[in-house]
Design a protein around this ligand. Structure first.
Ligand SMILES: Nc1ncnc2c1ncn2[C@@H]1O[C@H](COP(=O)(O)OP(=O)(O)OP(=O)(O)O)[C@@H](O)[C@H]1O
Length: 912
């Protein structure tokens, strides 16, 4: 069939490909001509084969096609099957470091590999190399890596030959071996009917690998001297005119060097290395090899592997006589068996029952490493992540850092392009530190760090009025605990410039979380004396951004400023204790402090605390006039300034803050307590433009929508995106406060809160022509036309359903969509109605977020009385919703709490 023919043809052509000079043989026209077929039909098949991942398409002009597997065999792995250019394709070449990678996985080979490198890089064609080692220790494998290394380092041409001759195949016929190696002349022996070039001539310009070289015998070895000494080979039957060839020689043998080789031959091979058998490798190294082989198999079959800890342990302890070769076969067999039993499953569990008998009986009992847990290996799992489980913390840390920086550099230093990849690396790092390292021991310093981080988080929560999930405390504590052991010197951070740039990008991209992290790091430096730098800003910000950090709906901040050693502090203390919560902050000022210094203190406070809901300042001075004047415009919140502070006044204010009284009420009540001046100022001139996001199903989803939107806007902060609780937007008083603080441009959400004078765009309509136009209109005052058209392009990218769901969950979005679609169909069937698109969209967003919350065991609480009453009134409907959730419950092993059923009911029926 033509399609197969095309594949065979390109397979052959790819063998000798030179990426720098792609020729016409690899184009549709070239293929059509060579196979004498119609160009259109050939094009059709070429594209089909590309889709089937058998070919790789390079979109040069004209377009070229190469055989993927053949290319990867000789060169490097390709992640995609379509590339814009040869340069883009070459970008994937991480084989430059194949030898380095080998030593990362096999530390026992480090010294040998150093010598191999030195031999290869030796001027004028390198030095011959002899590799010894038991069968299956990886001799041939090492030579294949040497081959890749030579090509990618451009030591030989990309299409240079790589010829292997297994001398064992000629065990009984040394003459045949010699003639195959060196060639022969016509008539040299019976049957030599024509001149024949041997392997040496074939390998000219490339690599010749002689495996089982001890089978060469002494005569064969002697014949090699001529080449080794003069670079010339003499075909059998030719004694005068030798042929000059340039071949890099690699030899391998399982035999003893002293008894099987001529000493004169041995003397001519300057570099000899021995690969150790599995039994002489460390447990970590054997485990690394198991990971490597498992990952290779996973890639081959394309399914997710869930490998039990028992299997991991047994494989790591297996020391067969056939070494890595046998280990590889055992792993192949195990996975084949597991796969055969679970043919239809996309994820296969690899348990001990699938292991071959040899592994079960030969694997040593493991008593020492009883900690290890099972692992999941899927398409996204990188070998580095698996290896990290075995590596010392500093190495894990450095490896992650290097991967972050190289990913960033490879993506043209554009955070948007590599955001998800970076997140994956960071989450993996934290997971490794949290779950994989042996944290079971009681370590006093770790307990101290946990206690301190708890305290620091409390301060952070107070400063910014945040709600931070409990996980964060442990994740950050373990991180810091490991981090303080690591001292990084500058030589380890070669890409300092990139680091600084990435840090800036992260700051812009996640400005809100970055602000918290900055404060957190300052607190850590002060309290725990751990030295942190840009790296930590980047890692902590990306990690904490993943967790739910929600600004609690608005408490006003209040501070007491008084002269004297502890006046302000003691007033605030009393009030905080009486109110049983941290409500007031305090600043004690020296007696002779200037008003300007006080103002500076306040500005400083406003920069480190979330005062967006307002700031009350209680001072002990007689006149406010002077202070008020000193507040420059940068304090961007309403400020209520009161003088003559006393404990009763502070208590009244503290209580009012907790009760969320308005500034007007607070002022009136304060006047009842004492004689005082009160000034209220609004930052009218500096009002920030803001777009609000809201979602019927709660602040969590609104926050996610806000993040999606932030991704679309340039990071100029000309417009703030603020998530708001839908219920809060129903409260006219709260809306008034928001309006006073911000110039609200519009609201985007899943339900219109119907605020007078403020435009609303339905989330699902934002991509419609009308929605996008309206949104662009909102931006007109703040951005240039170019920026606006960039933003509208970003909208299309970020607001597809898949993207939206991708953003709100860590789960596989396509699976999530699939399951929610079934859930919605079930709902419609059970209630015999059909939901509007808007409702469906809301359900997709809400339920995907809900699944993730349930997996993380975070609940969305309702007031108990309300929940009870609601459940009583609508029990049948809640039951139907619950049973429609079966698909979600089964697939994610979660239970749906009653409060969540009520949320869904509210979305469907708008019931309050
Ligand atoms: N470090 C390694 N990482 C991953 N796979 C390896 C490694 N070393 C060897 N292998 C794999 O193990 C198998 C056996 O290795 P190889 O054939 O290179 O061993 P050998 O020493 O040449 O054996 P023999 O002497 O029997 O020819 C091969 O399939 C190879 O791909």
């Amino acid at each position: 069939m033509l399609k197969d023919e095309i594949l065979r043809y390109l397979d052959a052509k790819t063998k000798t490909i030179d990426l720098q000079e792609l020729n016409a043989d690899l184009t549709a026209g070239g293929v059509a001509k060579a196979l004498n077929a119609k160009r259109n039909t050939v094009s059709l098949y070429l594209n089909q084969l590309t889709k089937e991942q058998k070919l790789v398409k390079i979109e040069t002009r004209p377009v070229h096609f190469i055989h993927k597997a053949e290319f990867e065999k000789n060169n490097f792995r390709l992640k995609n099957n379509i590339y814009e250019s040869v340069a883009k394709l070459e970008h994937e070449n991480d084989n430059k470091n194949v030898l380095k990678k080998l030593t990362q996985i096999n530390p026992s080979l480090k010294e040998s590999i150093e010598r191999v490198r030195a031999a290869i890089l030796y001027p004028n064609g390198g030095l011959p190399l002899l590799i010894t080692g038991e069968s299956g220790t990886g001799k041939s494998y090492l030579v294949s890596l040497i081959n890749q290394f030579c090509r990618t380092q451009k030591l030989i041409k990309l299409n240079a030959p790589f010829i292997t001759v297994n001398c064992a195949q000629y065990a009984d016929n040394p003459e045949l071996l010699t003639s195959n190696l060196f060639g022969y002349k016509k008539g040299a022996f019976t049957g030599a009917d024509f001149d024949h070039d041997g392997a040496f001539v074939e390998a000219d310009g490339g690599i010749l690998f002689l495996d089982e070289v001890h089978r060469l015998g002494s005569k064969g070895q002697e014949k090699l001297f001529t080449y080794l000494d003069q670079g010339v080979v003499y075909p059998v039957g030719e004694t005068k005119r030798g042929k000059k060839v340039n071949v890099r020689l690699c030899f391998a043998t399982t035999a003893d060097l002293d008894t099987n080789f001529l000493t004169t031959f041995m003397r001519r091979i300057p570099v000899k290395i021995t690969l150790p058998p599995l039994s002489q490798r460390s447990r970590e190294e054997r485990q690394n090899l198991v990971f490597t082989l498992l990952k290779n198999e996973q890639k081959r079959i394309g399914k997710t592997l869930n490998v039990s800890s028992q299997v991991l342990k047994m494989l790591a302890n297996y020391e067969p006589t056939g070494n890595i070769g046998d280990l590889k076969n055992a792993i192949k067999l195990t996975i084949a068996r597991a796969n055969a039993e679970n043919k239809k499953e996309k994820e296969i569990s690899i348990t001990a029952s699938f292991l071959p008998n040899e592994v079960l009986s030969n694997s040593k009992i493991d008593t020492y490493h009883s900690q290890s847990s099972s692992i999941v290996i899927n398409n996204d799992t990188e070998l580095e992540d698996l290896i990290a489980r075995n590596t010392p913390e500093k190495q894990v840390f450095l490896n992650s850092l290097k991967r972050i920086l190289s990913t960033y550099a490879q993506n043209s230093r554009d955070l948007h392009k590599c955001e998800s990849k970076l997140k994956q690396i960071v989450y993996q790092l934290f997971d490794t530190l949290l779950f994989e390292k042996d944290n079971s021991k009681q370590i006093p310093f770790l307990s101290y760090v946990i206690e301190s981080v708890k305290r620091l988080f409390d301060q952070l929560k107070n400063a910014y009025q945040l709600k931070i999930s409990g996980n964060a405390i442990y994740a950050v504590s373990y991180y810091l605990f490991e981090r303080q052991k690591i001292r990084l010197d500058n030589t380890e951070l070669k890409n300092m410039q990139d680091l600084i740039q990435l840090n800036k990008d992260v700051q812009q991209r996640y400005s809100e979380v970055y602000q918290y992290v900055t404060r957190l790091i300052a607190l850590i430096k002060d309290n725990l004396d751990i030295d942190l730098n840009e790296i930590d800003y980047i890692l902590l910000t990306i990690y904490l951004n993943k967790l739910e950090i929600i600004t609690k709906t608005g408490l006003v901040k209040a501070i007491v400023i008084a002269h004297g050693y502890a006046t302000a502090g003691s007033i605030a203390n009393v009030v905080n204790r009486l109110l049983n919560t941290h409500t007031l902050d305090a600043f004690d000022m020296p007696i002779n402090v200037s008003t300007q210094q006080i103002a500076n203190q306040i500005i400083d406070y406003s920069e480190n605390n979330d005062i967006s809901h307002g700031l009350i300042i209680l001072v002990d001075m007689g006149s406010l006039k002077e202070i008020e004047k000193l507040f420059p415009r940068q304090i961007n919140a309403p400020i209520l300034l009161m003088n003559n502070v006393s404990t009763p006044l502070a208590l009244e204010v503290g209580e009012s803050v907790l009760k969320k009284r308005s500034f007007r009420e607070i002022s009136e009540n304060a006047r009842k307590i004492s004689q005082l001046d009160i000034k209220l100022t609004y930052p009218e001139k500096n009002k920030v433009r803001a777009i609000l996001t809201t979602c019927y199903s709660g602040i969590g989803t609104a926050t996610h929508v806000a993040r999606l939107l932030e991704r679309c806007l340039p990071s100029t902060k000309k417009i703030k995106i603020i998530p708001y609780d839908f219920q809060a937007l129903q409260d006219t008083h709260k809306v008034q406060v928001i309006k006073r603080m911000y110039d609200i441009v519009g609201i985007i959400g899943t339900e219109d809160p119907q605020i007078e004078g403020i435009d609303f765009i339905l989330l699902e309509k934002i991509l419609s022509d009308k929605g996008t136009e309206e949104f662009k209109g909102w931006l007109a005052g703040s951005f240039s036309n170019d920026e606006i058209s960039g933003i509208s392009n970003n909208l299309v990218k970020n607001f597809s359903l898949e993207q939206t769901i991708n953003m709100v969950t860590i789960l596989d979005p396509s699976k999530v969509i699939e399951n929610i679609t079934i859930f919605i169909q079930e709902l419609e069937r059970k209630f015999s109605f059909s939901l509007s698109n808007q409702k469906k969209f809301t359900l997709y967003v809400h339920v995907s977020y809900l699944i993730e919350r349930l997996i993380r065991k975070e609940e969305n609480n309702l007031k108990p009385e309300f929940e009870k009453q609601f459940a009583k009134e609508h029990s049948q409907d809640l039951e139907k919703i619950n049973s429609a959730f079966s698909v979600i419950k089964d697939n994610y092993s979660v239970k749906i709490p009653r409060s969540e059923l009520i949320y869904v009911d509210q979305i469907i029926f708008n019931r309050q």
